[in-house]
Design a protein around this ligand. Structure first.
Ligand code: GAL
Length: 657
């Protein structure tokens, strides 16, 4: 009797109209975001039949934590029905997920933690009056490994308009970074490492109206400062730590800053700042593009905030077998020295051009015979190539594993480190300083040995922008999770940094021959830069530097945020609290103050609380909003803020006197 009543209710709405069943699979699943793979229709993420606790389901969506789908119910939905759980094909007992259904900001249903092998949990949620629904899968707090999640038999019972997958609500792109004033301000790194005898080049980064006059007291013998350009050049003969004081003056005033020059064996005493060609130009990069990038680093003002490196990524070398006359040709000359392809007619002239602006030049190759894009690599020519890069005038090398996998199959740790040990030794023999960036996607816990292999930084995961649509999920996975789960804060420091990949802001390659604005929402972009600064990650922008809108420029040039990234203590931040979707990250700074990020990884705005006990401070603290560059107030015990979806509030705490 009860059953018949239930069926009758399902089929007829209160208005007496017949109800329809709309399968979740009929919605546009391209709008579903998830931590790994792509959403599957009527099968699991492993492309097998949907199976939960040994029970097969014919219909449903296979996804992977963390997953979210926004649905516009258009006022027509009555109920949502499903059977949810971990798909049996996940195959690892560490698989654990949570399902959650949010309607108009209210939690309507929660599964609790579901693990591999558990029977499916039945969902039956009343949707009357609900306008916007969000279907969520979380990682149950233990990272998203093996979290294969099924929305089996998932369907809406509707009486009116059909539910539609939707994009999350559009956020306004609010520029928080104040415009630099006309008076001088000295920015960027406060400490700089150089080897004895190497050509010295450092440009004092300063904002403010030009003309500006620079002065430096305490400059050691061998160095000279161009007072108009603020460029310091020369060479140091003697090892040592030199305390210098910079001064920048214009008609609006004078700024001073202490600076330390450390002449020794360690380069990259702060994380690298610059630009890289890959994510916007990929295989289309040319000499003209690189020169335009150097021009833009100056005209955009980025140089005045501390950006320095202008780095060519893959595709400058000859591409064997390419029918394109500019890409093909002889990979090496008669002596075995590597040739650039026809798009780079004169590498020395290019680095001269970059250096003349007080900037530095970077190049890329692979320890394998070919780079990832099929251009000539350094294999068996390592010494010649290191020498060639130095002769050409490069200051930075990214060394990308790529086809070296064919040389070292199933490499153990020693085999993984071998090509990097080789190249770093060769770079050290060159008569100029060349910073070395390891790129091998985190294999063999590179953070544990990257520094001893001679790396000044190492990529900690795969390509952050490997899939354009996947960038938001990658930001949370490779930024937050890889970092927190492996305690990467233990491994970064002056001269050797964790590198979670480039800043994917502004216009990026859409991998279809054109460019498109970053798929990150405005708040996700604030999260991206804030997190990178807390992590002490390199700030290498890889969007179109010749096409910067005010919002993107604001993200890249906030001096108080950059000060966190470039803090001379060089101690990376770490996650100090996690509560559901919210996380608090803290970084200790040289002056004893702390930078704190209050992050919300959830789909709805929520309160995030930074407790003094977690952050490691006590008493009354002045809380300063770093993006707005404003003191907020004094707080005792904790600071709580409302943080938008996928957003952040980045603050710095200093004790109130
Ligand atoms: C990838 C690397 C990217 C980019 C690309 C070029 O392996 O991670 O950052 O350099 O190769 O082909």
């Amino acid at each position: 009797m009860k059953l018949i009543l239930l069926v009758a209710l399902t089929l007829f709405t209160l208005a007496g109209r017949a109800a329809d069943t709309v399968w979740l699979t009929s919605l546009d699943l391209a709008k579903m975001r998830q931590g790994w793979g792509t959403p599957q229709t009527d099968r699991s993420i492993r492309e097998q039949p949907l199976t939960i606790g040994g029970h097969k389901f014919a219909h449903g969506v296979g996804t992977h934590a963390a997953s979210s789908l926004w649905v516009d119910l258009a006022g027509g939905a009555e109920r949502f029905l499903a059977s949810v759980g971990v798909d049996d094909a996940a195959g690892n007992t560490r698989a654990s997920v949570t399902f959650k259904i949010v309607g108009d900001g209210r939690t309507l249903w929660e599964s609790g933690v579901l693990r591999l092998g558990q029977p499916a949990k039945t969902v039956d949620v009343d949707l009357q009056g609900v306008k916007t629904l969000i279907l969520l899968v979380g990682d149950a707090g233990d990272g998203n490994g093996w979290d294969h999640a099924d929305w089996a038999d998932a369907r809406f019972i509707t009486s009116g308009a059909t539910p539609k997958a939707m994009d999350p609500p559009r956020e306004p792109a609010v520029v928080l970074t104040p415009k630099p004033g006309p008076a001088p301000r000295i920015n960027g790194a406060r400490i700089f490492g150089v080897r004895p005898g190497s050509p010295f080049l450092f440009t004092i980064a300063a904002t403010g109206e030009r003309p500006m006059k620079f002065a430096a007291s305490g400059l050691p013998k061998g160095l000279k400062l161009d007072p108009q350009a603020g460029q310091i050049t020369g060479a140091l003969g003697r090892r040592g730590v030199y305390q210098v004081s910079f001064k920048a003056s214009n008609r609006h005033g004078t700024a001073r800053r202490k600076f330390r020059i450390v002449c020794g064996d360690t380069l990259a005493l702060t994380p690298h700042m610059g630009w890289n060609s890959w994510y916007v130009w990929e295989n289309r990069v040319t000499d003209a593009i690189m020169r335009a990038a150097a021009d833009a680093m100056v005209s955009s003002g980025m140089r005045d905030h501390g950006y320095e490196y202008v780095n060519i990524d893959d595709c400058w070398a000859v591409k064997p077998g390419s029918p394109d006359p500019l890409l093909g040709g002889e990979p090496r000359d008669a002596e075995g020295r590597v040739n650039a392809n026809g798009r780079f007619p004169d590498m020395k002239a290019l680095t001269d051009y970059i250096h003349a602006k007080g900037l530095k030049a970077g190049i890329y190759t692979s320890p394998g015979p070919l780079t990832c894009a099929g251009h000539v690599g350094a294999y068996q020519h390592e010494a010649q190539d290191a020498r060639r890069f130095a002769e050409w005038g490069f200051d930075f090398l990214k060394y990308d594993w790529c086809s070296y996998g064919d040389i070292a199959r199933n490499p153990d740790r020693a085999a993984l480190a071998k090509p990097y040990q080789l190249i770093s030794g060769l770079l050290r023999q060159q008569p100029r300083d060349i910073v070395l960036n390891l790129c091998q996607y985190g294999m063999g816990n590179v953070w544990e040995w990257g520094a001893s292999a001679g790396g000044n930084s190492w990529r900690t995961a795969g390509d952050l922008g490997g899939s354009f649509e996947g960038i938001p999920a990658a930001l949370f996975r490779d930024g937050f999770d890889v970092y927190a789960n492996n305690h990467l804060e233990r491994y970064g420091g002056p001269g050797h940094w964790n590198d979670p990949d480039y800043l994917l802001l502004g216009y990026l390659s859409n991998w279809k021959g054109g460019t498109a604005p970053t798929p990150l929402t405005p708040n996700e972009q604030y999260t991206h830069v804030s997190l990178w600064s807390l992590l002490a990650a390199p700030l290498i922008f890889s969007g179109d530097i010749t096409r910067l809108d005010a919002f993107t420029l604001g993200l890249l040039t906030n001096d108080e945020v950059i000060d966190v990234d470039q803090d001379p203590l060089g101690r990376p931040g770490r996650r100090v609290a996690k509560n559901g979707d919210t996380e608090v990250w803290m970084r200790e700074l040289e002056d004893g103050t702390r930078a704190v990020g209050l992050f919300n990884r959830g789909e709805m705005a929520t309160t995030v609380t930074a407790r003094w006990a977690d952050v490691g401070v006590s008493g009354r603290q002045i809380v300063r909003d770093l993006w707005r560059q404003q003191d907020l107030d004094k707080f005792t015990g904790e600071y709580a803020a409302t943080v938008p979806r996928h957003g952040v509030v980045l603050v710095r705490l200093r004790p109130a006197k």
